[in-house]
Design a protein around this ligand. Structure first.
Ligand code: GDP
Length: 525
């Protein structure tokens, strides 16, 4: 197969939702459906640790589990479908944002009873910023939930884009009778069950009379709603969907593996293949021959005896083949992985080849950071991997001063992984940790001890925020650094940041230094 056709048959998407909406269940059913797994329950098994508590064991478990399960590849209708999971806990939302930079579309799961929930809202924002096409799955139709029309209204409000129903439910809760496929003009009759795959009864709408007789009011109500929607809702428009200007909506019940095939088909038929990607120098086409990719996630090995890490790379162009020579553009050094894996459903396997859209994992002993561009040689640099200004700060105090070297090493690696942001104050003094969620501190403290043998105390800090700083000329920057030295620090990528003690502090500083730019978001360059 040519590069172009390999690229065209790939779909890479993330699945996003508020906890408990049914993301894990839907993931499992998608895998089951595509034949990637055969036993229901295997994704579920890891669920116990999903809602991270402050319990160390839980955190450890979650980390271990997420390596195996955060990327899954399946083959469906001769397409290679890459599914990226996103962390459930809001304290790790930064990871989620980065995962969203590595996909070409997103599948949003909504609980029919709860509608759009807090965390979904934040994820939607990120998708919107990047104009990521979103497919919507309204789950748990087998439970009493909200009226579907009202739900669509709400999704539309929250997303700020029209919803286009592709399927429509007949009945709900105990009376859930099935879904009407609006394009194929048929109704798939609901049957409860965990691991059914293709034994559904599908009835053509030509036999509407029979369906009306069988499902009575619920069917008539659905017919009326569809009639209403055909006037009120826009028709599905591929271009609008790809531009993130409308979302196709599907109804179903993940736990019953119902309405899932429609979603999988939509991923193949509607979701986009890998797109060209802008680098700092040029637009890179996915079917170019030379390999390029970006590290969007770094995960430390679970085994503390091995300091190796897996760098998750989203391939943007070309083909990866085993043993290929690759370069990390930031350092110009060769990437020397000890192993390179692909993620087939739940297993990790040595990768033979990978194309644009695929995710591969390089196991290395260091030398790679979040946001690194990896190529066969060309000096390409992709941008767009976001780091958010932390809002929580703690100062690191070493229990045993003799361990200062280990601490430096540990913090550097954890910083590179994106587990936390590390700031070195300009004027010296204790290192500062910056986080978006409180749980990140606990994880880092725990990991420093478990993996680097360093015990630290985390002390309160007076800072409440950070802004990355740039200026138009070196002179202006120098003037600013001289004046504000006590509040400046360098992060893990050596980018200068201003640490603020209050929003007022920031405002005042901005007024005093109108020529300095303060950025709440840093994109890896
Ligand atoms: P996640 O936190 O989004 O990954 O949610 P899970 O997939 O773990 O689902 C949360 C709960 O909802 C679990 O108890 C599931 O069994 C249940 N659930 C998932 N899908 C459905 C569904 O279609 N109907 C019903 N009634 N329950 C569901």
């Amino acid at each position: 197969m040519s590069f172009a056709s390999e690229t065209r048959r790939r779909r890479t998407f993330a699945i996003i939702s508020h906890p408990d909406a049914g993301k894990t269940t839907l993931t499992e059913k998608l895998l089951l459906f595509s034949g990637a797994i055969h036993i229901a329950g295997s994704v579920k098994a890891r669920k116990a640790s999903r809602h991270a508590t402050s319990d160390w064991m839980e955190i450890e478990k979650q980390r271990g589990i997420s390596v195996a399960s955060s990327v899954m590849q399946m083959l469906y209708r001769d397409h290679v479908v890459n599914l990226l999971d996103t962390p459930g806990h809001k304290d790790f939302s930064e990871d989620t944002y980065r995962v969203l930079t590595a996909v070409d579309s997103a599948l949003m799961v909504i609980d029919a009873a709860n509608g759009v929930e807090a965390q979904t809202r934040r994820l939607i924002e990120v998708c919107r910023q990047r104009d990521t096409p979103i497919l919507t799955f309204v789950n748990k139709m087998d439970r009493e939930g909200r009226d579907p029309i009202a739900l669509l209204d709400e999704i539309e409000q929250e997303l700020g884009m029209p919803c286009v129903p592709m399927t429509w439910p007949v009945g709900q809760g105990k009376a859930f009778a099935g879904i009407i496929n609006l394009r194929q003009k048929n109704m798939r009759l609901f049957k409860a069950g965990q691991d059914r795959v293709t034994d559904d009864e599908v009835v053509s709408l030509d036999q509407a009379d029979a369906l009306r007789a069988r499902f009575g009011h619920d069917f008539e109500q659905a017919e009326q709603n569809i009639e209403l929607l055909s006037e009120a809702a826009p028709a599905f428009d591929m271009e609008a969907f790809l531009a993130a200007k409308q979302t196709p909506v599907f109804f179903g019940s993940a736990v019953n593996n119902f309405g899932v095939q429609e979603v999988l088909d939509a991923l193949v038929d509607l979701a986009p293949p890998p797109a060209p990607r802008q680098s700092t120098t040029r637009l890179v086409q996915p079917d170019e021959e030379a390999f390029s990719g970006v590290v969007f996630k770094v995960q430390a090995n679970m085994d503390p005896a091995h300091r190796d890490r897996i760098a998750f790379v989203r391939v943007y162009s070309g083909r990866y083949t085993q043993g290929m020579k690759l370069k990390v553009q930031r350092t110009g050094k060769e990437l020397r992985p000890t192993s390179v894996v692909t993620f087939l459903s739940q297993r990790r396997e040595a990768v033979d080849e990978a194309y644009a859209g695929d995710i591969i994992g390089f196991t290395t002993h260091g030398g790679v950071q979040l946001g690194d561009t990896i190529t066969e040689g060309e000096a390409l640099q992709y941008t767009g991997l976001p780091f958010f200004a932390p809002e929580l700060f703690q100062a690191v105090e070493l229990a045993n001063p003799m361990k200062s070297k280990q601490l430096q090493a540990g913090l550097m690696q954890l910083g590179e992984e994106g587990a936390i942001q590390v700031f070195r104050p300009h004027d010296g003094g204790a290192m500062l940790l910056g986080a978006v969620g409180q749980l990140q501190f606990e994880v880092v403290q725990h990991r420093l001890k478990a993996e680097y043998g360093v015990e630290v105390r985390l002390m309160p800090s007076r800072y409440v925020g950070a802004r990355w700083v740039t200026a138009d000329t070196p002179e202006e920057l120098k003037k600013f650094t001289d004046a504000s030295s006590a509040k400046l620090a360098l992060d893990a990528a050596d980018t200068l940041a201003y640490l603020m003690t209050s929003p007022y502090d920031l405002r005042l500083t901005q007024e005093r230094h109108p020529k300095i730019h303060f950025h709440p978001l840093r994109e890896h360059a």
